[in-house]
Ligand binder design. Structure first.
Ligand code: NAP
Length: 376
């Protein structure tokens, strides 16, 4: 498509015909620029007009092709409201904006300038934000404050089938709160990007993204909207993992909670880099760096709102005790040998490192006692 614009060489030039005059007065200015017209009046009465090509393939409001392109781009672009614009909220928002989505932000604190620098619009008033009718409400607040934040949302100001998504590091808890608080006409998608501003600093390529389509309406538009949201992470190269919230919490307690706990224990040791760091030690230093940048609220949330976390903490305790006993057991034998000069009849009694029951097997008090006795 080629479009022309009229470039008058003189000012106050009258339209060439009466018809053109009527057209030019009815159409908006930019439409007039699209008209090409001929004159039946003698040319000498009017100054010469020169037509210049000003734009090639410029999208016009009535252009079908442009309309289609626009509709396609609208169907793949979302208006996402990020509720909780702290560390993780801002981190995610940057990618949303980069992919062309519109981001509205709200938080307890004022993040106006942070939002501006990212290209998002900050709303300190939740009512104003909801009146923008976002397609997606993304809950990105601390685990501990989620329920209060959700209950404070003026749901009546949203479109009836708005999609609610959360990115909390625990999953059964937000799923249950969403199902309790949100009327049935809202869609629910529970997600957990298994990375953060540190681990996903340079790229999200290959990093796991867990999701559970808890409640998505049957209409194509609602299914597509949830998929469009998930596609944001797919496009960044995330490994998309669909699993139930319950499965997630079981795996996450045995992996993420243990990782954060070890990171926090090591942080308390105030480890320092040395001139002879081994690869393993470098890994530990990285672990401390990765976990210490997360808030304590986040860690506490992992413990409080994942019912599997307590068991993991007990297993950790037990494993440490068992390991110490094995070490001290060896030491005890060496001392006895030195004291009595020879190996006692019956050979050395080697202490055994008690094997913990498989992950997920409940630890009963009797079991933990027998584990301790075994290694004595
Ligand atoms: P966070 O400490 O878990 O949460 C901070 C956010 O919660 C801030 O936006 C903060 O708002 C808001 N908040 C805290 N207390 C609040 C309250 N009483 N009322 C209202 N808002 C409150 O740190 P985060 O790293 O930003 O994590 C946010 C969410 O993402 C968490 O649910 C976390 O589990 C999840 N997540 C985090 C990571 C990560 O690597 N960081 C990865 C995956 C998922 P203000 O800043 O305005 O005070």
């Amino acid at each position: 498509m080629i479009s022309f614009s009229v470039q008058p060489t003189t000012t106050n030039t009258p339209p060439a015909t009466a018809a053109a005059a009527v057209q030019s007065s009815l159409l908006p200015h930019h439409h007039f620029h699209q008209l090409s017209f001929s004159t039946s009046l003698p040319r000498r009465h009017y100054s010469h007009r020169r037509l210049k090509i000003r734009a090639i393939d410029a999208a016009q409001p009535y252009d079908f092709e442009a309309h289609l392109t626009n509709r396609f781009s609208q169907s793949t672009k979302l208006k996402i409201a990020v509720i909780g614009f702290g560390n993780f909220g801002q981190f995610l928002a940057k990618s949303f904006v980069r992919q062309g989505h519109t981001v509205y932000a709200h938080s307890r604190s004022n993040y106006n300038s942070a939002a501006q620098s990212i290209g998002a619009a900050f709303f300190s008033d939740l009512h104003d934000l909801c009146e923008q009718h976002p397609d997606v409400i993304l809950i990105c607040t601390s685990i501990l404050s989620t329920e209060t934040v959700l209950r404070a949302l003026p749901l009546q100001r949203l479109r009836r089938n708005t999609l609610f998504v959360d990115v909390l590091s625990v999953k059964e808890f937000p799923r249950d709160i969403f199902l309790q608080v949100l009327p049935s006409h809202f869609d629910i998608l529970c997600t957990h990007p298994m990375f953060g501003p540190e681990s996903g600093k340079t790229s999200w390529q290959g990093l796991p993204f867990v999701f559970d389509k808890v409640r998505i309406g049957d209409e194509d538009s609602r299914i597509n909207r949830a998929d469009t949201f998930l596609n944001i992470f797919k496009k960044e190269g995330c490994a998309m993992v669909e699993m139930t919230c319950a499965e997630h919490d079981k795996y996450a307690a045995g992996s993420q909670f243990i990782t954060h706990t070890m990171g926090r224990i090591l942080e308390k040791l105030l480890l320092e880099s040395t001139p002879i760091n081994t690869k393993g030690y470098e890994t530990l230093l990285n672990l401390v760096e990765n976990t210490s940048s997360d808030s304590f609220d986040l860690y506490y949330g992992l413990f409080m709102y994942n019912k599997n976390a307590m068991e993991q903490l007990e297993r950790l305790d037990l494993a440490f005790e068992s390991l110490k006993k094995e070490l001290f057991g060896h030491l005890h034998e060496v001392l006895r040998k030195q004291l009595f000069g020879k190996v006692e009849k019956g050979g050395l009694r080697r202490p055994m490192l008690a094997k913990l029951p498989r992950n997920g097997t409940p630890l009963l008090p009797s079991q933990s006692e027998s584990l301790s006795n075994n290694s004595n």
